[in-house]
Each structure stands twice: as structure tokens, then as C-alpha cells.
Design a protein around this ligand. Structure first.
Ligand code: FES
Length: 118
């Protein structure tokens, strides 16, 4: 990941509609505009949001783009994917917590229950 100030990026802009909350029944979506360079991952965008717009956004990752920890799984435009592998694209993208795991908060689910299944 390259961490650059948004003004330094030769960018496109993704509009990430991110599910927020600690309950699937009472949460809601919040939209963030995220500048990105071609090839940046969804996880790059989420980290950029935490650094520049909302440090309270809950995300989880460990290996960051190595596809090893499997802690960054989430629903990206309706498909369960690794946020560290999925690429940002211009326009609206919908991000939801993994529907197969217990929700903790925002995009963080209980990955321990996932590892027990492996
Ligand atoms: S951050 Fe480890 S698999 Fe995505």
C-alpha cells in the first residue's frame, strides 16, 4: 500500500457506501469518497478513510495484501471477497460485513468462528 495524501494522488474517486453499526437490524450506510490510484485495493481505501476521514471506522486485517490471514473478508458489491485483494473502482461500491459470520461492528465480523470452520 502506498499511503499518500489525497491531493498527491493521480486519481479516480470511489464512493464507498459502508455499512455501519453493531447490529444488522439497526445499522445504516455511510458514504465516503475515496481517491485512489489504479490497482489500489478496497482495503487500501478503507485504511485511507480511517487515516483521513473517520478513525472510528471498524475494519480488521493482519497480513495486508498477502491473502493469508483471511480477516478482511466482507461483502463487496454482493460478493464475499477479501478486501485486500478486491480492487477499488470509480463510482459507487457497496461494502457490507460478511453475512456468514457474527457481526461485531461496521465491517468487522467474528473471524474466530470462521477459523473454527476450517
Ligand atoms: S488482510 Fe489478510 S487476507 Fe486480507
Amino acid at each position: 500500500m502506498s499511503v499518500s495524501k489525497p491531493a498527491d494522488l493521480k486519481t479516480k474517486t470511489a464512493r464507498l457506501r459502508i455499512w455501519r453499526g453493531s447490529s444488522r437490524e439497526t445499522g445504516s450506510y455511510q458514504e465516503f469518497e475515496v481517491p485512489f490510484e489504479e490497482g489500489d485495493s478496497v482495503l487500501d481505501g478503507l485504511v485511507r478513510i480511517r487515516m483521513t476521514q473517520d478513525p472510528g471506522l471498524a475494519i480488521r486485517f493482519s497480513c495486508f495484501n498477502a491473502n493469508v490471514c483471511k480477516e478482511c473478508t466482507m461483502l463487496i458489491d454482493g460478493e464475499v471477497e477479501y478486501a485486500c485483494i478486491a480492487k477499488l473502482r470509480a463510482g459507487v461500491m457497496h461494502l457490507d460485513p460478511d453475512p456468514n459470520l457474527p457481526l461485531l461492528r461496521d465491517l468487522v465480523t467474528d473471524s474466530l468462528s470462521q477459523k473454527e470452520r476450517w
